[in-house]
Ligand binder design. Structure first.
Ligand code: PLP
Length: 476
């Protein structure tokens, strides 16, 4: 009995191909042209090892009838190896409806920014040279004039992200001194950006005033000592406190700052260059308005509503911006030419507000109207329905999209969801198969069914979604 079992297993093992022979297969050779040969061989060894393990654990009755289909095996290996060796940073179809999805790289860039990126990377670029004089320049100047024009600021600097911008500003203006901030504004963004922690790292000492829902101007005033360096106001970008609420306004803080000779900083988070309420959206703070109120320093993100690359933008009074640029930390937090290329192109779009909406993907998605979403949902449904046929269901439902990225947090935008259900797959399994597609498709699960939110899907991505569903159903 035992010897028979062993033979069954041995026979099964004997069917496994050798790595050397596998590498001669035309499909595998093709892989070796696409990827480094040694990596493909390592992957083949891994795949075979997995198979051996499966055979070791296979019950004897199953082993007795085990027949390896060599061609199917090669197909599977090719699929899995291509997946394993594919680049990690890949284009993804965002079917979540979350416009500024931090996990998916936040803002998709405008065409103009994409072109600038290519132009700046094809050869050398003018990142830190003054082309007039030929002398070493200041990279902040690449976008400084634009930012001054668009916000009314005296000066501007750009660093890696808004977390870096606030860290650098606090470190420059308040190192070893006290920064006064309201208890209602100690925000956490995405779990890893927390005002108290960034404050500690900056070397500024945080002095909290007021309560969660009530902070009045006199409380800031009372907290000022001879060691106070800065008054800080933080936009509560991803939450709202409603009800019995009081806060000191920015103009009030500015007045207090002037009276006591203290700079005032406003961390806007998203921050916008134009007033979104002109398009019927709720108002997100406008950078120029904070400056007009007298804020000395305003910080905001490049890849939230601004719709550009990841960056932290610092605008304000020249005397403070000069100090910020000279800070050694600025060197550690600086951005590269790619960021400047994409940021400059994105900022330029704001010079022409009439064309902005068509050219700015984040604003375009934010402002898609319901008839447009209806049309898109119908088209996607009609593409998927014949593929799914009686193997599942494809329905259109009303839903809500989120802006994401801690912007317009309390706002949800009415949208259309294409609800996809395939009888043979639980929703989690289908979601995973969609993510592992090439290109990956990231969707939400709502009430145990996949929800494809058409707001963030481009019409030219419908083909890829249809192909993915067809492949999943055909067991490929
Ligand atoms: C988003 C946000 C930040 C962090 O900005 P990043 O660009 O993600 O680093 C800081 N402060 C506020 C108020 C924010 O909303």
């Amino acid at each position: 009995m035992t010897s028979k079992k062993r033979t069954g297993r041995q026979q099964a093992f004997a069917q496994l191909p050798q790595v050397d022979r596998l590498s001669l297969h035309p499909d595998i050779s093709k892989l070796m042209q696409q990827f480094p040969r040694q990596l493909v061989i390592d992957q083949l060894r891994e795949q075979l090892e997995k198979l051996r393990l499966q055979l070791t654990e296979m019950p004897p009755e199953q082993l007795a009838t085990f027949q390896l289909d060599q061609e199917a095996l090669v197909d599977r290996f090719v699929r899995e190896i291509s997946r394993a060796l594919a680049p990690k940073v890949r284009r993804v179809i965002n079917a979540t409806g979350i416009i500024l999805h931090t996990g998916l790289g936040r803002a998709p860039l405008p065409k103009q920014a994409q072109q600038s990126l290519i132009a700046a990377t094809e050869g050398y670029s003018s990142v830190e040279i003054d082309l007039e004089t030929g002398k070493r320049g200041d990279r902040h100047q690449l976008v400084e004039a634009l930012l001054k024009k668009l916000t009314g600021a005296e000066a501007a600097a750009v660093v890696n992200n808004n977390a870096a911008a606030t860290l650098l500003a606090l470190n420059t203006l308040s190192f070893g001194k006290e920064t006064i901030v309201s208890r209602g504004e100690l925000v956490t963004i995405g779990g890893s950006y927390r005002i108290p922690d960034i404050m500690k790292k900056s070397g500024a000492q945080m002095v909290e005033v007021g309560t969660t829902n009530q902070t009045e101007l006199w409380e800031y005033e009372q907290a000022i000592t001879e060691n106070t360096g800065l008054l800080l106001k933080v936009h509560t970008s991803n939450y709202r406190i409603i009800g019995f609420v009081a806060e000191a306004s920015l103009p009030e803080l500015v007045q207090l700052g002037r009276k006591r000779g203290l700079p005032v900083m406003h961390d806007l988070g998203s921050g916008m260059l134009i007033d979104l309420s002109r398009y019927g959206l709720p108002k997100e703070p406008v950078v120029g308005e904070s400056l007009a109120c007298g804020a000395d320093i305003v910080t905001f993100s490049g890849d939230k509503l601004l719709g550009g690359p990841q960056a932290g933008i610092i605008v304000g009074k020249k005397k403070y911006i000069d100090l910020i640029k000279k800070n050694q930390l600025a060197r550690a937090l600086r951005c590269g030419k790619l960021t400047f290329a994409a940021l400059e192109a994105t900022l330029r779009l704001f010079l022409d507000p009439d064309k902005l909406l068509q050219q700015h993907p984040v604003l375009t998605m934010l402002l898609r109207d319901e008839s447009d979403l209806d049309r898109a949902a119908n088209e996607l449904q009609q593409r998927l329905a014949p593929i799914v046929a009686d193997l599942g269901e494809v329905q259109i439902e009303m839903g809500l999209s989120e802006v994401g990225g801690g912007s317009l947090a309390t706002e949800s935008l009415p949208t259309r969801l294409v609800r996809l259900q395939l009888h043979q797959f639980p929703a989690e399994v289908l979601a995973k198969r969609l993510r592992l597609n090439d290109p990956p498709i990231v969707a939400r699960i709502v009430d145990n069914r996949i929800a494809l939110d058409v707001r963030t899907i481009r019409p030219d991505e419908f083909d890829a979604i249809a192909a993915a569903v067809s492949q999943i159903l055909n067991g490929e």
